[in-house]
Design a protein around this ligand. Sequence first.
Ligand SMILES: [Zn+2]
Length: 300
Amino acid sequence: MNRAGIVSVVGILATATAYAPAALAAPLAPAASAAPSAACADQPAQARVRAGAHVTERNQPGPAQVAAMEKDFRSRLGKLPKKRTNAINVRVHFQVVYGSAGNVSDATLKKQLDVLNAAYAGSGVTFTHAATKRTQNAAWFSDPERNERAMKTALRQGNAQDLNFYTADLGNSLLGWATFPSSYRNSPVMDGVVVHYQSLPGGTLAEYNEGDTGTHEVGHWMGLYHTFQGACSGEGDQVADTPAEESPASGCPTGRDTCPSAGVDPIHNYMDYSYDACMTEFTPGQNQRMQSQWSTYRAQ
Ligand SMILES: [Zn+2]
């Protein structure tokens, strides 16, 4: 199977109804038989996609959904007190779901936590280990998409400020997915991130095994869109200091510049699809958005 075909789908869950099982199970094309195509590149992707992959991602917000989400965000943010704290502490509940494999070690989970803390150090976000729960369930482990609701209903811990970080075998199409802060209110049980257990530091997914799938998915959980959201036009990712990008980057294509507007593509940003080693930063604008999203949807 072509490893370079793995995708990380971020579950951008704008509404509870977006989780209809039939829609979720839909069309995950086998990576090995999926040739890249214009249709693939044109998808309004909301996930980290491995090079060459062509899958239908779940829970992606299209332009109308983003517009509705942003309208709600502005409305709620505007009603908050002006003075807000900048220090955010996220309690992390590792949810290790395993079968014949996948029982990730405590040492690996600690490395993943360290990766998160390093990546978010400049964002004012710290991650504190709250608990690790190990659950042996072969079906959930091998198909967490199809079993997402049952798995999360059984396992999820805490409130809006608790990050439930599930690890499982996402197969050859996905690296991970996440939910947005704005989804918590209507669907708290689904809140969290799910990542491929081999994407954790030291895993077997070449180029995607330094733990930055976790960094990327948590970015969505903190309220960030992809840097290529909206492609070259419009408000894109709603962050002013990430140059517009027509499509996801893969690998580490230094100097890539896909939009006529100012700035080269933000291939080093954690919210692109580049290799782990290539992704090194969040911008001040993204940091500000994370703070505002937290104040609006998670601190309440
Ligand atoms: Zn993503």
